[in-house]
Write a protein that binds this ligand. Structure first.
Ligand code: ADP
Length: 601
């Protein structure tokens, strides 16, 4: 502890002497040193921004963009070495009502219907004010996403929705894979930094006001980020088995679809300041999680016509019922799994399914009998099941299970496909209590001044069960609102100039190296495809590595760019460790650089 304290003070001294913190002036450094944080903790005041955001998921990033656009200085603290959180894994789309895209398609949805559907899906225990705000502001938020450069014009049917209102990526990709890179691009445009491996460990108060965050860096140093407002967007707790099993003992031992950072830190931090929580035991399992990789298969597949069959080759439920009902029913089947069955038409309509196929998650049969054989099912029973389903589609009447949506077209275009799915912990509906201004509410029912929260860390929007498409709606609608309200609050208290730790830079050796000067190209296989690099050699040393072709997930590759490339330059060698959580991408880069260096010897 003592050593850390000395280290923190030393860092402060360095900043005082050099004034080298990003976007800062010597004046502001002096100001910071004078104003000691109002905390009992022994950490030295070092950095500051008008608004500090905890968590670089969809909610945190959209809050940061909005706060920056409102004139606030902003920083995002992210505990992982990549951005995107659970948002990266979002599959389907964003629910919104009365949007221009719906109108263009002649869909007569209303805000009122979206409210009713969301309340019904949530078993009427949702916070009605939050649901009303969600639905009323959903169309405007779609326009905002469009203004950031996203095309979510493909409107589809989600389970539990009366009308098609799930706004999906126009190219059929998984929404998270499109949303996160776009938000990151927009943060970069505004010079809003994400500080990685920076874990928020405590919220600081100054009297009645939240005054900043204490965070721990990768070396265990504690840093103070002073702020006039804090946005807690640290996500849910679906990757914290001890925590979800505490609230729901029946989920002990369940797999999860969540990224490893979803450990509920944000809830613990807010509770320590007296925040109230709601619906903590309301934990959603997603019914369609591929059994070997825990990849979520979007309900859009069912919306486009897919059916479930069990090991007997038979349907057993209306596939468009809510997630809780479907999960429970799948667990009642033999082996506790189901096959999601679809045809070439469905496959052709979804880039996401083609990705899943390439990853080996999908079984293919040239015809129904071939598929049945591949799955070990009775071919006659499976053929009968598909034939009866096609009759139900033709008559627009599912006499067996009364499914009444996602049956516009039948399953008659061979080849046929199947994905083996079972339920896994997916979304924690409960969390910190907020109002429609995204202020965090304490256990006496009053707002905690200066503390805002949005996204999966909060509770109340989804009630007992979240509808597909409402997670992205939640993080975007309330994330943007948190950005607007936190910056308004922060700026009303005065302006804090941005003072941040320096970004790490690669150190190029000062002595000449042994490579031949020039620019060399190398290509190797990454996780998602080829990675091509250009390696620049000057005075015999590697001085720059540029990625010129890339198919990796942007939010994960961000860590490789930030960490691996500087390491190679510093060591002048590819004999460096892969970035944890991005091993295959790291190896791709290392091999591509090796290939380039082979020509530079
Ligand atoms: P949402 O969907 O609400 O935006 P996400 O799961 O997408 O939630 O993002 C939450 C982000 O918060 C994740 O990237 C996660 O790693 C990050 N996070 C969680 N706990 C902390 C913490 N203590 N400090 C900083 N970041 C955190």
């Amino acid at each position: 502890m003592k050593a850390r304290r000395v280290m923190a003070i030393l860092i402060s001294v360095v900043f005082m002497l050099t004034g080298c913190a990003d976007n800062s002036s010597n004046n502001s450094s002096a100001e910071v040193v004078q104003s000691e944080p109002a905390t009992t903790n022994d950490v030295k005041q070092e950095y500051q921004a008008d608004v500090v955001v905890i968590g670089a998921g969809g909610a945190g990033m959209s809050a940061a963009i909005k706060a920056s656009d409102a004139g606030a200085s902003v920083v995002i603290l992210e505990k992982m070495n990549y951005a995107g959180g659970n948002t990266t894994r979002a599959e389907g789309g964003m629910n919104a009502a009365e949007t221009s895209y719906q109108k263009a398609l002649g869909i007569e949805d209303t805000v009122e219907t979206m409210i009713k559907d969301t309340m019904k899906g949530g078993k009427e225990i949702n916070d009605p004010e939050l649901v009303k705000y969600l639905a009323e502001n959903s169309a405007e938020t779609i326009d905002w996403l469009t203004s950031l450069g996203m095309d979510v014009s493909d409107v589809g049917q989600g389970a539990g929705a009366t009308f098609p209102r799930m706004h999906r990526a126009a190219d059929g990709s998984k929404i998270g894979g499109v949303l996160i890179p776009k938000l990151m691009e927009n943060l970069e445009k505004r010079n809003v930094r994400i500080l990685y491996k920076m874990k928020a460990v405590e919220l600081i108060k100054d009297g009645d006001f939240v005054a900043g965050v204490i965070a721990e860096d990768e070396d265990g140093n504690k840093l103070t980020f002073k702020a006039n407002a804090v946005v807690n967007a640290a996500g849910g707790f679906g990757a914290n088995e001890a925590m979800y099993a505490e609230y729901r003992p029946d989920l002990k031992g369940f797999e999860t679809t969540n990224h490893p950072g979803a450990t509920g830190d944000g809830i613990v931090l807010a509770e320590a300041l007296g925040a109230a929580t709601v619906d903590m035991d309301k934990i959603q399992t997603n019914p369609t999680v591929e059994v070997t990789t825990q990849t979520v298969i979007s309900e859009t597949v069912r919306g486009k016509g897919a059916i479930f069959v069990n090991q007997e080759g038979k349907r057993f439920i209306s596939e468009m019922l809510t997630r809780d009902v479907l999960s429970a029913e799948i667990l009642k089947q033999n082996g506790k799994f189901a096959y999601l069955i679809f045809d070439q038409r469905v496959m052709d309509s979804m880039a996401a399914l083609q990705e899943d196929y390439e990853k080996g998650l999908v079984t293919k049969g040239e015809d129904v009998a071939d598929l049945a054989q591949a799955l070990g099912l009775d071919a006659t029973v499976l053929a009968d099941t598909i034939a009866s389903w096609n009759t139900a589609v033709a008559n627009n009447k599912d006499t067996q299970f009364e499914r009444n949506t996602g049956m516009d077209e039948d399953l008659s275009l061979a080849p046929y496909y199947a994905i083996k799915v079972s339920p896994a912990v997916h979304h924690t509906m409960g969390g910190i209590k907020i109002n429609t201004l995204t202020q965090v509410i304490d256990r006496s029912g009053n707002p905690i001044q200066g503390l805002f929260a949005a996204g999966e860390v909060t509770g109340g929007v989804h009630g007992a069960n979240r509808l597909g498409g409402n997670a992205v709606a939640d993080i975007m609608v309330f994330g943007t609102q948190a950005g607007v309200e936190s910056s308004k609050f922060a700026l009303s208290k005065g302006k804090l100039e941005l003072i941040l730790p320096e970004a790490k830079q690669a150190v190029i050796p000062s002595t000449p190296g042994n490579f031949k000067d020039g620019v060399y190209e190398g290509t190797a296989q990454g996780k998602e495809g080829d990675i091509k690099v250009h390696v620049e050699i000057k005075a015999g040393n590697i001085v720059n590595i540029e990625i010129v072709e890339l198919h990796e997930t942007a939010a994960i590759f961000d860590g490789v760019k930030r960490e691996l490339l500087p390491k190679i330059i510093e060591k002048q060698s590819t004999d460096v460790d892969a970035v944890s959580g991005a091993t295959l991408s790291s190896e791709g880069v290392l091999q591509a650089v090796d290939q380039a260096l082979a020509s530079a010897k």
